[in-house]
Design a protein around this ligand. Structure first.
Ligand SMILES: Cc1cc2nc3c(=O)[nH]c(=O)nc-3n(C[C@H](O)[C@H](O)[C@H](O)COP(=O)(O)O)c2cc1C
Length: 249
């Protein structure tokens, strides 16, 4: 097992896997450790769903618009889970809960993100390849239906994992920490194009050498990405509301 520093230093998202079963016992063991993650007010308001049914994987791959997910060896969806605690409240107070606040939603969402991050690091430390899948939110309602998510729950992110087939080995260059780490107050730069000149070159070179389909500078990609996104994702707030969360807008 690698230590955390090595694990994070070696990180690359993996989207191409060997057709090799994962060791369920090993994953089960990792999940025991995952349960030790910090959690907002100690209330453990996130859960996860191991997706093993090939039919469900296939349908999730359609939502994510990524074919490899249909046969990915491991897939886990992290979910906001206020169902459990509202049921406890209902049993104690013998009355039905109609709504849960957005504050609770955010707490649970953060819990889920922390668990997903820990899961990905633990898997990578154990030698698995992983990929985060935010694209499950391309159609959150569909994911809710596929996984039978009850009221007061909502999908957050999925992690796909398995043994890398070794075809992806180049680390994607990240920007220098001076551009993202500030002290005491947010640092506003006089020109972002100027500040990103060096990173633009490194970024462009990476795609030149590894994936010409996406050949672009970081700044061009960042500018375009601001307006990018599926119209279906605009429905997300409506779905969150229909799951019983009180948006207060
Ligand atoms: C919250 C989140 C959601 C992501 N969603 C997807 C996704 O849906 N599909 C995908 O192929 N990669 C996804 N990724 C992976 C990113 O594309 C990847 O981390 C990024 O390009 C940097 O590459 P690296 O992880 O290899 O360093 C996601 C990453 C994060 C953190």
């Amino acid at each position: 097992m690698k230590n955390l520093f090595e694990t994070m230093n070696d990180h690359i998202s993996i989207r191409s896997y060997k057709d090799k079963e994962i060791d369920k016992e090993n994953i089960d063991n990792i999940l025991d450790y995952l349960m030790k993650s910090p959690t907002s007010i100690g209330m453990q308001m996130a859960s996860l769903i191991k997706v093993e049914d090939p039919n469900i994987k296939e349908k999730i791959s359609k939502v994510c618009n990524q074919d490899y997910i249909a046969t990915i060896p491991g897939l886990i969806v992290f979910v906001v889970d206020l169902y459990r605690n509202t049921k406890i409240k209902e049993e104690i107070e013998s009355k039905k809960i109609e709504k849960v606040t957005m504050d609770k939603f955010y707490q649970a969402f953060t819990d889920g993100v922390i668990m997903a991050t820990n899961f990905s690091n633990l898997l990578e430390a154990e030698g698995y390849g992983t990929v985060f899948l935010g694209s499950i939110l391309n159609n959150s309602q569909k994911i809710i239906e596929l996984l039978n998510l009850p009221k007061f729950t909502f999908p957050i992110v999925a992690i796909g994992y398995g043994y890398s087939d070794g075809s992806e080995t180049k680390k994607k260059p990240k920007m220098d920490k001076d551009l993202r780490v500030f002290t005491d107050s947010y640092k506003i730069l006089p020109s972002y194009l100027e500040a990103f000149k060096e990173y633009d070159e490194i970024f462009y070179k990476y795609y030149e050498e590894n994936n010409r389909d996406y050949l672009e500078t970081f700044t061009n990609k960042a500018a375009k990405s601001i307006d990018m996104g599926l119209i279906e994702r605009d429905e997300m707030l409506k779905v969150i509301r229909s799951q019983g969360f009180d948006l207060k807008v």
